[in-house]
Design a protein around this ligand. Sequence first.
Ligand code: 0PR
Length: 365
Amino acid sequence: MRSQGIAEDELFSFLLSVKENDRRYRHVLSSMCTLPHPVAVRAMNLFIESNLGDPGLFEGTASLEALLVERLGALMHLPEACGYATSGGTESNLQALRMARREAGVRSPNVVVPESAHFSFEKACEILSLEMRVAPSDDMYRMDAEAAADLTDKNTISLVGVAGTTEYGVVDPIAALAEIASDHGTAFHVDAAFGGLVLPFLPESPLFDFQLEGVTSISIDPHKMGMSTIPVGCLLTRDPSMLCSLNVDTPYLTVKQEFTLAGTRSGGAVAGALAVIEHLGRDGFTAVVAECMANHRRLISGMAALGYPVIAEPKVNVAAFDCPLSPEGWQVSHTRHGHMRIVCMPHITTTIIEEFLKDIGDMHV
Ligand code: 0PR
C-alpha cells in the first residue's frame, strides 16, 4: 500500500486509463452478461451500502429480496417458492446439490448430470465430495433421458437438467427427467441460469419449471438475461424444508440462522435485479427477448447462407456453428467440440449482426 494516498482526480484518471483495456460489450458475442439496464444501476447505487448478510439491519432490502424471490417464483409457476439471491449460477448450483445431499443423507452420494452441464457442477461435486455421473447427449446435444435413468440408483441424491445450455442453447428433456426423479424419489435441479429469463417470454416453450411435479429446485440468474448488475443469481426451491436444511446458527447476527453460502451479500445487486423486473414487467421482457431471438434467427439464417449451418436447433439465443473462421475484432467463443458459439444478448443489435455476417462473408470468399 502507498504510504500517502493519491488525489481523487489522479486516481480516477488512472482508473479510466485502465478501463480502456476492458472490452466494450459491442463486439462481444461470447458473453452471457450484458450492459446492465439503467434502472438496475440506479437501484444498485441507491442500496450500495446494503449488506444482506445481516438482514435485520437492512429490512427494506431484505423485503426486496423476498419480492425478487416471489416474482421469479411466480415466473416459474410457484409464487410460494422459497429461495434467496445468490452470487450467480455457480453458487445456486452448488447450494442445490448441498441441499439434496443433506436431504437424502446417503453414504456414497452421486449426482446424474448432463454432459452439457456447466462446469460449476464439477466444482460443486468436488467441494461436496459427490460422485458426478455424466449422462451422454443425444444427437441434438440434449441429455439422453434413458441414459440418465440407467445411471440413477438408490445413492443418487439429485438429477440435474439444463434449460438453455451454455454451449448450444438447447433444453434437456426436463419433463422426462422430472418423471425419472419422481420415480426414484430423488431431487431434480433445473439449471435455468440462462434460459429462466428467456423461455417464459417465448411464444412457445417446453415445460421446464415447477409446473412439473418432479422439479425440486431451479437456478435462474438476473445477471444474465435479467440485465441486472453483477452479481445476482437466484436459487428457488419447491419446499421450504430443502432450503432450511442448509441452516447454520449465526448467534451474533440480527437473524439467528442463515441458509446462504456467502455471509456478506450485496443488497445493491438485489435491488438492481428487482428494479429491472418491476420496470419492464412481462411485456418489457417479452419485447427484449423477441428482439434477441429475432437477431439470433437472422444470425442462424445468415450463417447458413454462407455455408455454416447451426449445429443444434437452439431454443434460446445461444447458437453454435460449424465455422472454422476467427473474424478479427470480434469476440466469439468455441464449444468443447470446437464449434463457434454466439450469444445474442441485448447489447447485440441487428446492425451488429449484419456487420458480423458481412465480415464472415468477406473472409469466406
Ligand atoms: N449455469 C449455466 C447454464 C450457465 O450458462 C452458467 C454461466 C452458470 C450456470 C454459472 O453462472 P455464473 O457464471 O453466474 O456463476 N454461463 C456463462 C459461461 O460460463 C457465464 C459467462 C458470462 C461466461 C459472461 C462468459 C461471459 O463473458 O459460459
